[in-house]
Design a protein around this ligand. Sequence first.
Ligand code: ADP
Ligand code: MG
Length: 358
Amino acid sequence: TPDLECRAISKSFKEFKAVRDVSFSVPQGTFFSILGPSGCGKTTLLRMIAGFQEPTSGDLLIKGRSMLDVAPNRRPVSMVFQHLALFPMMSIGANVGFGLRQRGVNKADIKKQVEAVLERVGLGGTSDRAVSSLSGGQKQRVAIARCMVLEPDVLLLDEPLGALDLKLREHMKIELKQLQSEFNTTFVYITHDQSEALVMSDQIAVMNHGVFEQVGTAKELYYEPKTAFVAGFVGEANRFHATVDSAKNGIVNLKTPEGKTLSGLDLGRGLTNGSKVDVFVRPEAVRLSRNAKDITKMGNTGKGTVENVLFNGANSQLILRDATNGAPLNVALPQTGEFRDLVVGDNVHFGWEPEQTR
Ligand code: ADP
Ligand code: MG
């Protein structure tokens, strides 16, 4: 049995459906992320799992047992909030032991368990120190320890890194994933930040307007997005709304309304002439060349003018303006060679292999 299972769970606020028929299951020990834009229903879903909000319909099971009639404090779940919600006036040990005190555990056992869990998160011997003496990263570990000492089956995390600055967030991503695999506890992590979800998760559900559009590994979502929303939200993508111009033996040529041709595509979707499709090309799939003949064999080529250079270290990008149709094309800027020095107004040839159009 999976640790967590949601069956067609829904939540309406009056007429508004915030969560619609969401079904998924999470095997034990999985880092499961729910990724979606602000307002798509992530927190509402998490609050239903925690028991703070009652579903309008559907069922919710933990280790095979329905939670609908189980009070929040009796569910085998624990929750980490966005601002961590540590008690600033209490010591680290008092923070971590808080839930055990509420459960009526005796003092000596609390002390033992608190010390043991602090050891596991790398904060052994800090029990008597003030929470205010800790760095942001250490506070995060105390927040995790405070939950893990209760030995939940599922740990729920609602954008816990949201309040941290960029540098610390990068560090905490790695650390959080490490803590999860050390404890081997099922994490359900919600975020609107695709890079957090991609780096940490075993499985990611992409949520939009209250529904799960796709559930898969980071690579599945990135390389085989099932909807246009997933392609656009997970990573960067150049999208084309196109019509099938010709189809032969499963290989199709497409034409966009702006007159761009995308040729030699094996889309495997049983397409016929006139079918409408949405396809995309990742910025890193686009190759550049100073002269046309180097890339003509690619079949999806063009000439463009550099409209913008977005320098961002390893993730630098070029925005090209396609000479034939005026459409913008987002290209990952190669790190080495002549293209590093492209400036606005330069002309350059581009192309990509047919199998890079998806
Ligand atoms: P997210 O966490 O993805 O940003 P939420 O789950 O907080 O989204 O909210 C989803 C939608 O439900 C939003 O449009 C929000 O305004 C609405 N909503 C959330 N809670 C309530 C509530 N208690 N009453 C009415 N509307 C709500
Ligand atoms: Mg939220």
